[in-house]
Design a protein around this ligand. Structure first.
Ligand code: NAG
Ligand code: NAG
Ligand code: NAG
Length: 450
């Protein structure tokens, strides 16, 4: 008895969370998420069939009656064609999850988030709760979530995550609840919550990327009840990471890490862990057949997003939209592989870093800092090659005889001199393009600076 009491006092009780924001918000975001920094978002679903405008196709066509969407349907589909008729055309015949896994791995991403269900309500897994509107019964006749999870886990060290939309634009149960000002809760109790428990139990995602509150409060969704289960009793309770989109008003305020808005990139340090989710196609998350080359962000622009984001304490979640037949088209594959090539050289300034005391530098625009506290190394990532041959860094405080500066991927330490006041001028080697250690951004490794 005494021994048991003693043990009870020594062993920390497994923290249990109450279904309140106060309790749930106190859970620290599991450390792996901050360390991995970079993930790939995948928007795939029935919206990939019309592949026109955006993944909001159904809403813009049927609800808002936007001209280009209405005209597109009139011009190319027979009268009476319904959105549901796109379902069987979501064929995925080229979907090779091993190939996807290999491309994702080559991108340097350390996690992936797949849209298990977008606002259209079509589930990419064989959900018990989405009768005849899921990828096993309609279209591919395959469990896309299961297949991608298996390939990712078998072939890569990426963590597997799932996006899930709470509301569905046109689900009659949701529309009923909405017309009752969410005083009834038929939709969450019979659809969205059972689905959430189902995907967590079946696929054990380590990121649950919630979205689409449909202007209903978290009490309608019972988000706190679900999250308490997720953190206390689910198979992923120790490692799972969630975001902040759990009901009207919860974004940027409650849940796990903050997303705040799409393409959120504040340019300054935030006290709470956050993620910049953005998409390579500037105008859409889902694939658009009629996208122009100039609609895609360049690799320079993508590296800039990554560097700014990480420097300010965020993670980058960079989106691609596969085609209805299951291809990651060459432009997305190229961007992913370019990012991987850049990270292969500069990854030590990204993965596992912390924000430094300064994020950027007023002396030279386009310089962003990251930090490895244990090694006491500061990284200065610069997004423009200084053709002048020198780089002015106003932030690092140097010590003559101690401070060392290296260009990552270049053999010799660089020469530098102290600025009169503070900071330093670094002499950058005169290299031709082919001699540069990489393109699109370079990293100075600074040791012994303050
Ligand atoms: C896992 O990958 C290996 C080789 O990469 C392959 O031989 C094996 O069949 C795969 N297993 C599954 C379950 O996909
Ligand atoms: C919310 O979810 C929790 C955990 O599953 C459950 O115990 C509780 O009854 C639910 N509350 C409502 C109002 O549905
Ligand atoms: C850092 O970057 C932000 C956002 O780009 C900018 O507003 C700010 O002026 C920069 N700060 C310094 C010190 O250069």
């Amino acid at each position: 008895m005494q021994l048991l009491l003693l043990l009870g006092a020594l062993l920390p009780a497994q923290a249990r969370y109450d279904p309140t924001w106060e309790s749930l918000d106190a859970r620290a975001v599991p450390a792996w998420f901050d360390e991995l920094k970079f993930g790939v978002f995948i928007h795939w679903g029935v919206f990939s069939v019309p592949s026109f405008g955006s993944e909001w196709f159904w809403w813009y066509w049927q609800k808002e009656r936007r001209k280009p969407y209405v005209k597109f349907m009139e011009d190319h589909y027979p009268p009476g064609f319904r959105y549901e008729d796109f379902g069987p055309l979501f064929t995925a015949e080229f979907f090779d999850p091993n190939r996807w896994a290999d491309i994702l791995k080559a991108s340097g991403a350390k996690y992936v988030v797949l849209t298990s269900k977008h606002h259209e309500g079509f589930t990419l897994w064989g959900s018990k709760y989405s009768w005849n509107w899921n990828a096993v019964d309609v279209g591919p006749k395959r469990d896309i979530v299961a297949e991608l999870a298996a390939s990712i886990r078998n072939r890569t060290d990426l963590r597997f995550g799932l996006y899930h939309s709470l509301f569905e634009w046109f689900n009659p149960l949701f529309l009923d609840d909405a017309s009752n000002v969410f005083k009834t809760r038929t939709f969450p109790t019979s659809k969205s919550l059972p689905e959430l428990y189902e995907i967590v139990t079946k696929y054990q995602p380590e990121i649950l990327w919630s979205d689409g509150d449909g202007n209903a409060p978290d009490t309608y969704w019972n988000s706190t009840g679900f999250l308490a289960w997720l953190y206390n009793d689910s198979p992923v309770r120790d490692t799972v990471v969630t975001n902040d989109r759990w009901g009207a008003g919860s974004i940027c305020k409650h849940g796990g890490y903050y997303t705040c808005s799409d393409r959120y990139n504040p340019g300054h340090l935030l006290p709470h862990k956050w993620e910049n989710c953005m998409t390579i196609d500037k105008w859409s998350w889902g694939y658009r057949r009629n996208a122009q080359l100039s609609d895609y962000l360049t690799i320079e622009e993508l590296v800039k997003q990554l560097v700014e984001t990480v420097s300010c304490g965020g993670n980058l979640l960079m989106n691609i939209g596969p085609t209805h037949d299951g291809c990651i088209v060459a432009i997305f594959e190229e961007r992913l592989r370019q990012m991987g090539a850049w990270l292969k050289v500069n990854g030590e300034a990204i993965y596992g870093t912390k924000p430094w005391r300064a994020q950027n530098d007023s002396s030279t625009p386009g310089v962003w800092y990251t930090f490895k506290p244990k090694e006491d190394v500061v990284y200065a990532i610069f997004l423009n090659w200084p053709v002048s041959g020198t780089l002015i860094l106003g932030e690092p405080k140097t010590t003559l005889g101690r401070t060392e500066v290296k260009l990552i991927g270049y053999k010799e330490p660089l020469k530098w001199i102290s600025l009169e006041e503070e900071g330093m001028i670094v002499a950058v080697p005169q290299l031709t393009l082919s001699q540069l250690p990489c393109q699109w951004g370079w990293t100075l490794q600074l040791t012994n600076v303050n």
